[in-house]
Design a protein around this ligand. Structure first.
Ligand SMILES: [Zn+2]
Ligand SMILES: [Zn+2]
Length: 262
């Protein structure tokens, strides 16, 4: 079985934890170390169960707590070469990094991770397809559009984590400067609710048990709007059996588990 805990998600901070029945891996550390520990505790996750931190890209909302975490826990940090170089140039003292190559798989404890390139305005951003004991979690947040490569890597997932960043109308109506709106809407920005729906339709598989929508904007989206439209969409697809959750910024979600019926 494979499990996933969203500790929080949005432009102010992102962190997820993957679990199997032996160990856990942290994906991104976008909260302060103190806040991260608080959220882990709240989610009943033992710090000792964490084997590594895997970093998706260098934006602050994904790496905020990384330096302090490294000083306290000395966990191995996995990232791409360019992401690592960028963090170092910024003054991060992360010691020796475990470098992965987007497109090539690597093992972290008993998890097999495939990092794949996503279209986003960072140096070398990636999404993750993680497998453990025949079960798979697919994660794609922070992407401007869903390329074929993205759908390919997310296919056959038991648990899907998809970005659902903004509602087009709320974004247009927001007080954000035009340049910021442009950036968010661009092909290297963030995924809208509608684009997320299309990606869901493309990647939803008969084995998919849970879908989590993440990285929702606080002023250009609403959690209840995502929940309502996605619930309706799954009903239309005849897939009301799929568990649906919307990740929050201010607090974590309960862990979801996918189990094989074999
Ligand atoms: Zn980002
Ligand atoms: Zn982000």
């Amino acid at each position: 079985m494979i499990g996933l805990t969203v500790l929080g998600s949005g432009s102010q901070g992102n962190a997820l934890v993957l679990h199997n029945n032996e160990e856990s891996v942290l994906i991104d550390a976008g909260f302060s170390f103190r806040e991260l520990r608080r959220r882990l505790k709240q989610a009943d996750i033992e710090e000792e169960a964490l084997r590594a931190v895997v970093v998706s890209h260098e934006h602050t909302d994904h790496v905020k707590g990384l330096d302090v975490l490294k000083r306290h826990w000395d966990l191995p940090i996995y990232c791409s070469r360019l992401t690592g170089e960028t963090l170092r140039q910024r003054g991060s003292d992360l010691g020796e990094l475990n470098i992965f190559t987007p497109g090539a798989g690597f093992n972290v404890g008993s998890f097999h991770v495939n990092a794949f390139t996503i279209p986003h305005d960072a140096i070398d951003p990636v999404g993750f397809a993680v497998q453990s004991k025949g079960m798979k979690v697919g994660i794609a947040t922070d992407l401007g559009h869903a390329s074929q490569l993205v759908s390919y890597h997310l296919s056959n997932s038991d648990i899907l984590v998809l970005e659902s960043n903004h509602d087009m109308e709320l974004l247009q109506a927001s007080k954000r400067p035009w340049s910021v709106k442009q950036r968010i809407m661009s092909r290297h920005g963030h995924l809208s609710n509608n684009a997320s729906m299309s990606l869901l339709q493309e990647t939803l598989h008969e084995r998919t048990q849970h879908v989590l929508f993440a990285h929702a904007s606080q002023d250009c989206n609403r959690y209840d709007l995502i929940e309502k439209s996605m619930t309706g969409f799954l009903e239309d697809l005849g897939r009301s059996d799929v568990g649906l959750k919307v990740a929050r910024q201010e607090a974590g979600l309960d862990t979801v588990w996918a189990e094989s019926d074999a």
